[in-house]
Design a protein around this ligand. Structure first.
Ligand SMILES: Cc1cc2nc3c(=O)[nH]c(=O)nc-3n(C[C@H](O)[C@H](O)[C@H](O)COP(=O)(O)O)c2cc1C
Length: 204
């Protein structure tokens, strides 16, 4: 067994609470652009992929948010992955309500039409997921929307010649215990712990 670092030997016991970190900080687009359901944005940290086939995602939204009503009434939303350069905008969209503000207009953001959903994407974000709500669960303080990701819009510049997505180029935003971070140094890739190290190169 490896020795437990001295710093982490003594642990405090707290009641259960939402201490998971890091989490994403995304802009969820909602509304359908009609007078009853104008386009809106909400900053969401409580989101995650929950199934790969079909591709599904969850978001947890407090019922008192304007966005909760909009997602419930239109049955869809988008998830937009912001670059760190949009951190102040992400924060602002998370402290003011669409009841009092046109968040797209006031932050100079460009609504991009969805191909499969009526909710807007954010053109300034490199990656956007179009999501159709499949189930709604009332959990307590939050309403959980379980949604299928029915389309993805990715900036072409993030793709290499083989069509592979390089999100590392996007400088994405992360959130941990009240603070925003820009994703930094890559320290491995999926499966690298079991991959054979390449042997020495033999020159011929
Ligand atoms: C970093 C950050 C993360 C947030 N995550 C969530 C979340 O996961 N669920 C939620 O209901 N509200 C979350 N909020 C709060 C909403 O974004 C905020 O209440 C927003 O003003 C609601 O806007 P609306 O009334 O236009 O829907 C978050 C705010 C910030 C700044």
């Amino acid at each position: 067994m490896r020795p437990v670092p001295a710093d982490y030997r003594r642990k405090l016991l707290w009641p259960g609470s939402t201490q998971l970190a890091p989490v994403p900080a995304v802009l969820a687009g909602c509304g359908d652009g009609t007078p009853e359901s104008p386009f809106n944005l909400i900053t969401i940290a409580w989101t995650g992929i929950v199934c790969s086939t079909p591709p599904m995602i969850s978001i947890s939204v407090r019922p008192e948010r304007r966005s909760c009503e909009l997602i419930r009434s239109t049955g869809c939303f988008t998830i937009n992955l912001p670059p760190a350069s949009l951190a102040a905008t992400v924060d602002w969209c998370g402290v003011v309500s669409g009841r009092d503000h046109d968040k797209f207009a006031e932050r100079n953001l460009t609504p991009l039409p969805g191909t499969r959903v009526s909710a807007p994407l954010v053109a300034e974000c490199p990656l956007g997921l179009e999501c159709e709500v499949r189930r709604i669960l009332e959990l307590g303080s939050h309403t959980l929307f379980l949604a299928e990701i029915v389309a993805v819009q990715a900036a072409e510049t993030l793709l290499d010649a083989g069509g592979r997505l390089h999100l590392d180029k996007a400088g994405l935003l992360a959130y941990a215990h009240g603070h925003y971070y820009e994703l930094g140094r890559c320290i491995g890739h999926f499966g690298f712990s079991v991959r054979k190290k390449p042997g020495p190169r033999i020159r011929r």
